[in-house]
Design a protein around this ligand. Structure first.
Ligand SMILES: [Zn+2]
Length: 337
């Protein structure tokens, strides 16, 4: 059932803490690609990595249920996801900085100690902490959950997030970001797993792989990587690619490790080594230069770095690389800045 409700409500005191101008600024910041001229990954890159990882791992069982839900989310079907959005949000909060097994245990333990979200809200923090202790960071997570439930009740009058299913990705981001302790990664996971939206969360594994295969400039942080990859990866590939890269990142350290790349390459154990960028500016294969790129910046302008012209992009711990680009002949020189 999809209802259009609550769009024209009066802002509660909770919302007033965050002004509309500030919220808009936040949403805009989330949406601006920090590397608009960095043209990787291309749709072809995304397809190739998705296919290689799928052939290597198969689709990860852990995420099969969510994949099924996505395939069933269709205007003509009434199959509804088994978990509520609020369940999904709390599960995601509990999954921070711990293993999947521990976070699932923490969620089950919370549900058995305090079966409804009203029970959780009414409970002492200590009681919530005890219930989720096996998932680690219990005081922080308990306070985040309780604060979120408090704000939600104040704002919506009930402990339910199903209304998010009717909002756009940007609106959902704005709504969820208002809760203290709920960061972009948590929001992205809820969008992808619980709301069947096309979003691409960046965890530490995906971040490391994205850098190792040159999908973001070497100086990128997780926030910028998240925004850039969400702009570059075609929507229809986001879910599968995310599940596969996450699974691969957990299982394989080979493609992330910088040292011994040559040796590891020979072992042929990781399909992503074919995409790994060269270390320390060595071995940039000539045939990977795309001759039709246009120049976009000069030395020292970090926004012009890489531009996706070279697959085996010059990189390494020493700093950024700037290509001086001649449209007719390709890059004429490179500097380490
Ligand atoms: Zn690997």
């Amino acid at each position: 059932m999809r209802k259009q409700d609550g769009r024209k409500r009066k802002p509660s005191p909770v919302e007033q803490k965050c002004s509309p101008a500030k919220l808009l600024k936040k949403a805009t910041e989330i949406n601006l690609d920090p590397y608009p001229n960095y043209l990787r990954p291309t749709p072809d890159d995304c397809h190739a990595v998705r296919d290689d990882l799928l052939a290597f791992h198969g689709f990860p069982q852990q995420f099969a249920k969510y994949r099924e839900q996505r395939l069933n989310t269709d205007e003509n079907t009434s199959i509804s996801p088994t978990d509520t959005v609020l369940d999904g949000l709390v599960s995601t909060i509990l999954s921070q900085n711990t293993t999947d097994a521990n976070s699932q245990r923490a969620f089950s333990s919370l549900k058995s100690a305090l079966p409804t979200w009203e029970d959780v809200l009414a409970a002492d923090s200590k009681c919530i902490e005890d219930a989720i202790r096996c998932g680690g960071l219990a005081p922080t997570k308990a306070s985040c959950i309780k604060n979120m439930l408090n704000c939600l009740l104040e704002k919506r009058g009930k402990l339910c997030l199903e209304y998010l299913r009717d909002l756009s990705v940007d609106e959902i981001k704005t709504e969820l970001s208002q809760f203290k302790g709920i960061g972009p990664k948590t929001v992205a996971c809820v969008l992808m797993f619980n709301l069947q939206q096309d979003d691409f969360p960046v965890d530490t594994h995906i971040f490391q792989i994205a850098k190792a295969i040159g999908w973001v400039p070497i100086e990128a942080d997780t926030k910028k990587t998240y925004v850039h990859l969400n702009k570059r990866i075609p929507n229809e590939l986001k879910f599968d690619l995310n599940c596969l890269l996450f699974t691969h990142g957990k299982a394989c350290r080979t493609c992330i490790k910088k040292e011994d790349n040559k040796q590891k390459k020979e072992s042929g154990s990781c399909p992503l080594l074919n995409y790994a960028i060269a270390d320390g500016g060595e071995e940039v294969p000539d045939n990977t230069i795309v001759p039709t790129m246009t120049p976009v910046g000069g030395v020292g302008d970090s926004s012009c770095i890489a531009e996706g012209v070279v697959r085996g992009y010059l990189s390494g711990g020493r700093g950024s690389v700037v290509m001086v680009f001649d449209c007719e002949r390709g890059p004429s020189s490179a500097y380490l800045s």
